[in-house]
Design a binder for this molecule. Structure first.
Ligand code: HEC
Ligand code: HEC
Ligand code: HEC
Length: 316
């Protein structure tokens, strides 16, 4: 895993084809941890945005990774994933995914429809986590969400635009992400002394309704200071420290990727953002699938965090 260092810098160089390196499926399994967020732990994710890798030809996988790395094949999500893979990493990953059973060969395979559960899910809140954004939005009822939000107004504002910097804005955030957070506060996967009291009486339906209501509200523009250093880190990561570029998951405009469970961070209140990154760094927030955020936050210095927060909170 150490070698899987990401950045958005495109590697210039020859397009290598399938290399002569022998792949080791066991080693590949370990290296595939980070891929699971999108492709599923065993290379199958019923979400139609992501190709299945399970049972794919080994040489084909290796060539695609080399092409994403060289820039011969472009994709905003895969480029940072492939940039720092060595030939050995690619061979190992190819061997691992090729050795997995295809969806059609699995008796217990999730159905290939939009609403089927994803292969990777945190225990305790499976129902909500695995909803696609569309499902959560349609499962939730905006109008009843609004009625249920009465007890949230004091801190999060009537339309989800909290004016207090310690309280997150919820407006415009993806419904499935919001519902997951509420479920996580309830299960204890995410801890906060204030929120735990708020969610105690909420059913799963309430959470989806609340998520749907806030998701359709319009977020106010960010009022942060902006930061060029923060912007560079956000888009390029830090290859030396092994910091993945935030853009890979939180998006070019900071709006997140609802279908993948990556929250929007654009224009979010600065104090809140700072507390969240610090909490991922010290492990006090640990509800991110596959340690996705903790693995990144642990490599950030205090000043990295300040610059990133200034940048993200300034996004419109
Ligand atoms: C943030 C989400 C994300 C992560 C994490 C991710 N991928 Fe991908 N991957 C994608 C998307 C989206 C595509 C489709 C790209 C396209 O449309 O060209 C893709 C395509 C691929 C392909 C090409 C498949 C084909 O049939 O052409 C391979 C191979 C691949 N990914 C391997 C990996 C490996 C190995 C990792 C982990 C090191 C990984 N991916 C991590 C999102 C992701
Ligand atoms: C007394 C103030 C208060 C009230 C009332 C309150 N919240 Fe919160 N909420 C907070 C605080 C503080 C946080 C940040 C917790 C942390 O630091 O992790 C938070 C976080 C959240 C988050 C996570 C947002 C994110 O971006 O991850 C969601 C979702 C949320 N609240 C929804 C609600 C809902 C829905 C209600 C009403 C049922 C509600 N809150 C009532 C103070 C409040
Ligand atoms: C591989 C994908 C990925 C990358 C790269 C990534 N994040 Fe995240 N981030 C996530 C996920 C997933 C969550 C939500 C976890 C949860 O609660 O379910 C998250 C949550 C957050 C949150 C909390 C949002 C909220 O509303 O509470 C902040 C802040 C954040 N990330 C900042 C960053 C920064 C800064 C970077 C770059 C240094 C970064 N992230 C890179 C996946 C990623």
């Amino acid at each position: 895993m150490k070698k899987i260092i990401f950045s958005l810098l495109l590697t210039v160089g020859a397009v290598s084809t399938a290399s002569a390196v022998e792949g080791d499926a066991e080693a590949g399994k370990v290296k595939a941890g980070v891929c699971g967020a999108c492709h599923g732990a065993t290379g199958i994710n019923p979400n139609p945005t992501y190709p299945d890798l399970a049972g794919q030809h080994e040489a084909y996988i290796v060539k695609q990774l080399a092409d994403f790395k060289s820039g011969a094949r472009t994709d905003v999500m895969m480029a940072p994933m492939a940039t720092n893979l060595s030939d050995q990493d690619m061979a190992d990953l190819g061997a691992f995914f090729a050795s997995q059973k295809r969806a059609s060969e699995r008796a217990d395979a999730p159905a290939a429809d939009n609403n089927a559960p994803a292969a990777v899910a945190a225990p305790g809140n499976v129902e909500v986590v695995t909803s696609t954004a569309a499902k959560a939005i349609y499962a939730g009822d905006v109008k009843s969400g609004q009625e249920k939000s009465a007890m949230c107004v004091a801190c999060h504002g009537a339309d989800g635009n909290s004016l207090v910097a310690m309280y997150p804005k919820l407006a415009g955030q993806s419904a499935s992400y919001l519902a997951k957070q509420l479920a996580d506060f309830k299960s204890g996967a995410r801890k906060d002394p204030v929120m735990v009291g708020m969610v105690a009486g909420l059913s799963e339906k309430d959470m989806q309704d609340l998520g749907a209501f806030y998701a359709v509200q319009t977020p106010t523009e960010g009022v942060g200071e902006a930061s060029e250093i923060g912007q560079k880190l956000y888009f390029g990561g830090d290859a030396k420290k092994g910091v993945t570029a935030c853009v890979a998951c939180h998006g070019v405009k900071g709006k997140g990727m609802a279908h993948a469970g990556f929250p929007g961070i654009a224009g979010q209140n600065a104090d809140y953002l700072k507390k969240q990154i610090a909490s991922f760094r010290d492990g006090s927030r640990g509800n991110d699938r596959n340690d996705m955020m903790r693995n990144i936050a642990i490599k950030l210095s205090d000043s990295d965090i300040d610059e990133l927060v200034n940048y993200m909170s300034s996004l419109k």
